[in-house]
Unconditional design. Structure first.
Length: 94
């Protein structure tokens, strides 16, 4: 009888990606807050919107997100968020 021993550690692969360009000033820009439909995320987004409004009063803020936390966001939701924004902030509630 042959015995095969497997390692539970697995293999880690890291893909290097370039950083997204950073906006120096958000005045007059559009920020989309994209949520995962979990509880309490609205509290975080409320605070972020208040902070953005104080620091960048002319920033337009939009909330978008998934309808159900159990499933991935449809590609069209992600595209709509990216098309509508100069900056997208993704949030995870709970």
């Amino acid at each position: 009888m042959k015995l095969e021993i497997l390692s539970p550690l697995g293999e880690v692969r890291v893909e290097k990606q370039a950083m997204s360009r950073r906006e120096k000033d958000l005045a007059g820009k559009t920020v989309v807050f994209f949520g995962n439909a979990k509880p309490n995320l609205d509290i975080l987004f409320d605070h972020l919107e208040k902070m953005f409004a104080e620091k960048f009063p002319s920033t337009k803020m939009i909330r978008k997100g998934k309808e159900n936390a159990a499933f991935p966001a449809p590609e069209e939701y992600l595209s709509d968020a990216a098309d509508a924004a100069d900056l997208v902030i993704c949030g995870i509630g709970d």
